[in-house]
Write a protein that binds this ligand. Structure first.
Ligand code: NAD
Ligand code: TDX
Length: 365
């Protein structure tokens, strides 16, 4: 039975991971630590309140005293570090919070694990510190080629630089102290509970509510997309079978141009609403959603293409992505249709201010 600290477990991927683990490994104890920033939401963990194997603690990964207390009281033997500022556009508007949480927060967690785990090496046998990172640390690709685990780091946004920095600290704690770490670098996720600042949920909600669909630049930037449940299974496998000190790239082998995605979201929303009169009445528009597409000023320093070679995790650990993109998008849109209350609550308040700053003066290209 593991005692697993999941940081950032009230965010998008973290909450999907907590659900996955409670289903797949019910005898493990999961302690969720989340400071509930704008992106963290207790509603993401709805249904788990009465689960005695799952404990929620509101708190910051930069708080050393709090972390020490949790490690001691809960005898934490496994850490999965999702907690982060995660949105590239916000990192361009204000990088400091990214360094605080992503760099200093990860350092604080590493220190805590080092103090607890390495003072008694026998006790620490089997412990794992899994750091969840991103493919953005590798920079941008041209039209050909893939990121492998050997690709040199070339982070281009403040977000990517902060994640790269945390990855380096994790690596250093393995090489210097022998802390049992493993790092995963994953491509773009999508699925239920994703905050509507990211491309796919933003497009779904704007398509439903008849707002412009802001496509940056020429819309031809490429990302590699992975359904969130596939990412959660990958982390589960790496925790169980990953080699300590290694990094594993995780991806969907699913490259798409942004404009292709926006077109697919429009077509799928149109189709689902046309097939259901009640839904159609809730989200009236009177024209195809594609007519809402608006090309806007590009993101500064916008990486052109990401593509992951995930051969290592496939051959070494036997994992592979299972959800086809068309199925994943359809499931995701249906989830947003069935959970209107969730996203309506999310897009009230602070979100409106962010949306105005981010999109208000972008105008048409
Ligand atoms: P998210 O923004 O939805 O969630 C982040 C969570 O961390 C939130 O619940 C937030 O409240 C919490 N948090 C932020 N600062 C904290 C702090 N100082 N202390 C404690 N909790 C804090 O992000 P996400 O999309 O779920 O991403 C999770 C992780 O996966 C991040 O580390 C991100 O870099 C990485 N990642 C994300 C993607 C993606 O496509 N979303 C892809 C690859 C890697
Ligand atoms: O309104 C938009 N219009 C648009 O064209 C938004 C929000 C995005 N885009 C473009 C920018 C990117 O090329 O869509 C692409 C995807 O954008 P995001 O959803 O912001 O993701 P990205 O910048 O690729 O970063 C994501 O993947 C890697 C996550 O946010 C990171 O946390 C993760 O590490």
């Amino acid at each position: 039975m593991r005692k697993m600290l999941v940081t950032g477990g009230a965010g998008f991927i973290g909450s999907n991971f907590v659900r996955h683990m409670r289903g797949a490994h019910p005898s493990d104890r999961v302690i969720v630590l989340d400071s509930l920033t704008y992106a963290g939401n207790l509603e993401n963990l709805k249904g788990l309140e009465k689960d005695s194997g799952c404990l929620f603690i509101k708190g910051d990964i930069c708080d050393q005293v709090l972390l020490d207390g949790i490690f001691d009281k809960e005898a934490v033997d496994t850490v999965v570090n999702f907690a982060a500022e995660s949105h590239v556009d916000r990192s361009i508007l204000g990088p400091r919070a990214f360094v605080e949480t992503n760099v200093l927060g990860t350092l604080t967690l590493l220190e805590c694990a080092r103090k607890r785990w390495l003072s008694n090496a026998a006790k620490a046998k089997g412990n794992v510190f899994l750091h969840v990172s991103t493919d953005e640390v590798y920079g941008s690709l041209g039209p050909a080629g893939y990121f492998t685990e050997e690709t040199p780091y070339q982070p281009n946004s403040p977000y990517a630089a902060s994640k790269a920095s945390s990855d380096h600290l994790v690596r250093a704690y393995f090489h210097t102290y022998g802390l049992p770490v493993v790092t995963t670098n994953c491509s773009n996720n999508y699925g239920p509970y994703q905050f509507p600042e990211k491309l796919i949920p933003l497009m779904i909600i704007n398509a439903l509510t008849g707002k412009p669909l802001p496509v940056y630049g020429d819309g031809l930037n490429v990302r590699d997309w992975l359904y969130v449940e596939d990412h959660c299974r990958a982390i589960d496998v790496v925790l169980e079978k990953g080699r300590l000190g290694e990094t594993y790239n995780i991806g969907g082998r699913c490259e798409k141009r942004n404009i292709e995605i926006v077109n697919l979201v429009c077509a799928t929303v149109d189709e689902l609403l046309n097939a259901d009169k009640t839904l159609a009445a809730l989200y009236p528009l009177g024209k195809s959603r594609k007519e809402l597409i608006t090309f806007v000023k590009d993101r500064p320093g916008h990486d052109r293409r990401y593509a992951i070679d995930c051969g290592k995790i496939e051959t070494e650990l036997g994992w592979r992505a299972l959800t086809a993109f068309d199925d994943g998008i359809r499931k995701t849109i249906k989830w947003y249709l069935s959970n209107e209350g969730w996203w309506k609550r999310v897009i009230s308040g602070e979100y409106t201010k962010y949306y105005e700053v981010q999109y208000g003066n972008r105008a048409n290209r």
